[in-house]
Design a protein around this ligand. Structure first.
Ligand code: AMP
Ligand code: ZN
Ligand code: FE
Ligand code: FE
Length: 331
């Protein structure tokens, strides 16, 4: 961690906390059920990371490992946001409980969009909600039908690869294109992970097979139905042509149930961050942030800090909770 947060963490029990330059007291108050409505702000010192992948999708660390790693790194809370699955949440939550660390059950849904790609994050999902589970099972079925077609295409291109090898590379979680890329790399058909995507797997490449995606409206509907708070992930991948096109899209999504924008993200330029902040403020949307850490060192990217530039305050989590509570009240 480059810019590690050097201050001691407030202990879960509250009381005295030494921040190095003196003593600050953590105020212990009973957390109100609806902080927004009561108008009470709770001071929190820790940092958070609200965009992380585990072995349940294409991450390298298991949910327990990522929770322990986040704690070791001194974070206060994380959200587990695997692609199209909540399979890692239960394990992450129970590890968090065991070691005293806050874990937010989340997801990252790929939605129908062009010309770029649209990902929608969901936080604080009720992971046992039947409608959410039914929708995700439907997605998993579509994915399971797609993956053997990629193997077939690769075989036709003269590449000796079996579906079993890809399943093995996935470590038992959901199978995705990154696992195909790893097998291609391991078998020396390509020299890098990126080359596997560029030559074979990316959209438009010869072994690409599209998968079923929900529309943004459908994804936002089941996130909201399952008591989640939805935020648009990394808007810079949408491929929007300028501010006004993005503004129109954000407005549409807000009408469909979007509650936030992932403003802080390692791949966003300062200009993009400023633009997304303006949009969030203008339309009353929450600002969230996360590193999209997949458990592997990727150009120096690490959990919580990104490439050293991220410092996401715990107030982001408090704001998400407030919006969740408010919408639950409205039910
Ligand atoms: P899948 O869900 O199987 O379609 O795989 C999607 C994942 O593949 C994304 O989350 C990325 O991690 C990775 N990915 C997609 N497109 C590219 C690309 N052009 N280059 C590198 N990785 C990619
Ligand atoms: Zn991923
Ligand atoms: Fe994403
Ligand atoms: Fe992601």
């Amino acid at each position: 961690m480059k810019k590690s947060n050097s201050c001691a963490r407030p202990s879960a029990g509250g009381g005295k906390v030494d921040f190095g330059q003196g003593i600050i007291y953590k105020i212990r108050i009973t957390i109100p059920l609806f902080p927004l409505l009561n108008g009470v702000r709770i001071m929190s010192m820790g940092y958070v990371d609200l965009h992380l992948h585990t072995t349940a999708s294409d991450g390298v660390l298991s949910p327990s490992e990522i929770v322990r790693y986040a704690k070791v790194k001194g974070l206060q809370a994380i959200a587990i946001t695997d692609h199209d699955t909540i399979e890692g949440c239960e394990e992450g939550l129970s590890e968090g409980k065991k070691i005293g660390f806050e874990v937010i059950p989340g997801i990252e849904i790929s939605a129908e969009h062009s010309p770029g790609s649209m990902h929608i994050l969901g936080f604080f999902l009720d992971i046992h909600h039947p409608f959410l589970n039914e929708r995700l099972a439907y997605l998993q079925k579509a994915r399971a039908e797609r993956n053997p077609k990629i193997v077939e295409k690769l075989n036709r291109l003269g590449i000796n690869i079996t579906f079993e090898e890809v399943v093995k590379a996935s470590g038992g979680g959901q199978v995705g294109r990154p696992h195909f890329a790893n097998v291609l790399l391991e078998k020396e058909y390509v020299r890098s992970f990126q080359e596997a995507f560029d030559r074979f797997l990316k959209k438009g490449a010869p072994a690409y097979v599209d998968k079923l995606r929900f529309t943004s409206k459908e994804a936002l509907h089941f996130i909201n139905e399952s008591k989640g708070v939805a935020a648009l992930a990394h808007p810079n991948t949408l491929g929007m042509n300028g501010y006004s096109e993005l503004e129109k899209l954000i407005l549409r999504l807000a009408g469909e149930g979007l509650k936030g924008i992932e403003v802080y993200y390692p791949e966003h330029s300062a200009g993009e961050v400023a633009q997304y902040k303006t949009l969030a403020e203008r339309y009353g949307l929450l600002m969230t942030g996360g590193t999209d850490y997949h458990g592997i060192e990727k150009n120096g990217l690490d959990i919580g800090v990104g490439r050293g530039e991220m410092k996401l305050p715990y107030s982001i989590v408090e704001n998400l909770k407030a919006v969740r509570n408010r919408s639950l009240l409205g039910r």
